[in-house]
Design a binder for this molecule. Sequence first.
Ligand code: GTP
Ligand code: MG
Length: 195
Amino acid sequence: MIIKTVNLETVCGVTSRLPENDKPEIAFAGKSNVGKSSLINALMNRKAYARTSTQPGKTQTINFYNINDALYYVDLPGYGYAKVSQTEKEKWGRMIENYLRRSKQLRCVFLLVDIRHEPSANDRQMYEWIVHNGYKPVIIATKLDKIKRSQEAKQLKLVRTGLEIGNDVTVIPFSAETKQGREEIWALIEQLTEC
Ligand code: GTP
Ligand code: MG
């Protein structure tokens, strides 16, 4: 995908109304710190346009990035961050749920999981939410550069068993450091959005 322009067009807080976009949307979900904003930067060919942090809980809003005036990447707040209050967690949960239910332009949800760890109960719940809302999740196994090549197949298997998914679900290993996997994700986005 050739990135010509990127623009953080809408930032939605808990009380904001969702934008009525007329272009296809691709959303990125996953636990805090898994690398959603880093993946979005890589897919925008930008180093730090979407704000990232070593501290989990960086993205607390739903951010809509307009790409080439043709589609949107939607950065969702991360779940499972232990340090925020229960009320805060519920608010983010409702925000994500509301978005999944209401968006008219959403074409696909990419669910990110860390390739180093077995998916959590929260990851499984997010997977179920996506399916429940009528979407077929694509799994991105992030931080590929943090494991040895020889561990990749074993870790990908762990991701599949942890999420209880079969071979019909696409799992793409990705590294924001080396950009490995980016071409495959771009190709999928082009196919899904016809952009
Ligand atoms: P929240 O906004 O808190 O939900 O987090 P996020 O999912 O947007 O994660 P973010 O992109 O901010 O990344 C969290 C940390 O992981 C940052 O320090 C990133 O530099 C690091 N990180 C993300 N992806 C990768 C990767 O592929 N490889 C390595 N080595 N580090 C990564
Ligand atoms: Mg983020």
